[in-house]
Design a binder for this molecule. Structure first.
Ligand code: FAD
Ligand code: PHB
Length: 396
């Protein structure tokens, strides 16, 4: 049987980043990924990085292209009733966010992994976790028709919401907290220069719209849609017509009908599984929690979990005690719940909820208060740019 120190399930941003940080510390890892490398590299997802996320990517040695190509944004806009209100992130918090696609972060991490020579197995089938409560755990999988078995000290479950890791924990050992929203986001990627300078989150009577970007020549836009909707129901013309109706008159005049290079629908959900540890298994990223994308927190939260898990594991190997491992889950959960609260709040204020006249009044009142109160703007800004990480060894 082969052996590694940490078996990492999943080569999304969480798994790849953990692998990179541990490798730099001289800790052996094996990454097992169900999909092909091309599939992983091609997925279009998040676009906004907190400064803390950029700092961790720097520490992992994968930030040079990010610094060269990432777009620094000092503010975001909220559209409401035909007007746009700017939240000056930089003036209110001293911090900015970086627009750099998750696709690019993943590519940088995959290149670093390949250069390090540390092993990754793509298209690993039927990954299964064993003996999580014993003195040594095991992972089994199939690859190209051959069965494999690997013994390890720890398993990092970085395999996203639908992965095998969380499902390997007995249900009696996990508490689940969940809210499913009655709508999804229809996203389009198109190669045109964005006609907006900063992201615009628009609350319109026809539903939410988000104007985002990936680069000076590529836009990323979303529309709130019904859960029953299908991408086939939307031609590019229909998407951009609806987007123009929601984004406000001034921009509607300059938004082109650009051919989409990607179109997808994502449902919105808030989800937390507690605790993030079961014996030798540690969950990180979307395997443990989901936030609706409205707050731009999912990838950023995956990165803070990974930083904490890296500190817990390297602390354990260095100090030969259990305390850093024991602290992992409570340390993560504190930051996770704060990001859950912010993402839920942003979602609540910006989307159209049917048959909720009281809720609509609350939404209107909340947004007017936000536009008039610097205190409310500061609260939104400090959450949007990212709450600070707790220090290693700090009491939380
Ligand atoms: P994933 O990226 O899901 O990676 C998990 C990996 O595990 C995958 O490669 C998967 O193939 C693999 N896997 C699954 N099952 C198995 C198995 N059984 N065996 C082996 N491997 C397995 N976040 C932000 O911070 N900012 C944003 O602006 C933002 N926008 C978003 C927009 C959209 C439309 C969506 C859908 C998400 C957005 N997010 C955003 C969220 C962000 O994309 C996720 O939180 C992030 O991908 C989580 O990373 P992860 O590595 O934990 O999980
Ligand atoms: C994106 O560009 O994909 C994006 C940006 C901000 C969000 C969500 C998604 O809140």
């Amino acid at each position: 049987m082969k052996r590694t120190q940490v078996a990492i399930v999943g080569a999304g941003p969480a798994g790849l980043l953990l692998g990179q940080l541990l490798h730099k510390e001289g800790i052996d890892t094996l990454i097992l990924e169900r999909r092909s490398a091309d599939h992983v590299a091609g997925r279009i997802r998040a676009g906004v990085l907190e400064q803390g996320t950029v700092d961790v990517l720097e520490r992992a040695g994968v930030a040079s292209r990010l610094h060269a190509e990432g777009l620094i944004h000092d503010g975001v806009e909220i559209g409401f009733r035909g007007r746009r209100h700017r939240i000056d992130l930089k003036a209110l918090t001293g911090k900015s966010v970086t627009v750099y696609g998750q696709t690019e972060v993943t590519r940088d991490l995959m290149n670093a992994r390949a250069a390090s020579g540390a092993p990754s197995v793509y298209e690993a089938e039927d990954v299964a976790l064993h003996e999580l409560g014993e003195s040594s755990a095991r992972v089994t999988y199939w690859h190209q028709g051959v069965a494999h078995e690997v013994a390890c000290d720890f398993i990092a479950g970085c395999d996203g919401f639908h992965g095998v890791s969380r499902r390997s924990i007995p249900t009696s050992a996990l508490k689940i907290f969940e809210r499913v929203y009655p709508f999804g986001w229809l996203g389009v990627l198109a190669d045109v220069p964005p006609p907006w300078k900063e992201l615009i989150y628009a609350n319109s009577e026809r539903g939410f719209a988000l104007a985002s970007m990936r680069s000076p020549t590529r836009v990323r836009c979303y529309l709130q849609c019904s859960l029953e909707d299908r991408v086939e129901n939307w031609t590019d013309e229909q998407f951009w017509d609806e987007f123009r109706r929601r984004i406000g008159e001034e921009l509607a005049a300059v938004v082109p009908t650009a051919p989409s290079i990607e179109k997808s629908i994502a449902p919105l959900r808030s989800f937390v599984a507690e605790p993030l540890r079961f014996g030798r298994l540690f969950l990180a990223g979307d395997a443990a929690h989901i936030v609706p994308p409205t707050g731009a927190k999912g990838l950023n939260l995956a990165v803070s979990d990974v930083l904490y898990l890296y500190e817990a594991l390297s602390g354990h190997y260095r100090e030969k005690t259990a305390s850093s491992l024991d602290a992992y889950s409570p340390r993560c959960l504190r930051r996770i719940w704060r990001a859950e609260r912010f993402s839920w709040w942003m979602t609540r204020q910006l989307h159209r909820f049917t048959d909720d006249a009281f809720g609509t009044h609350m939404q209107q009142t909340e947004l007017e208060y936000l536009f008039e109160s610097q205190a409310a703007q500061t609260s939104m800004a400090e959450n949007y740019v990212g709450l600070p990480f707790s220090g290693y060894g700090e009491k939380w």
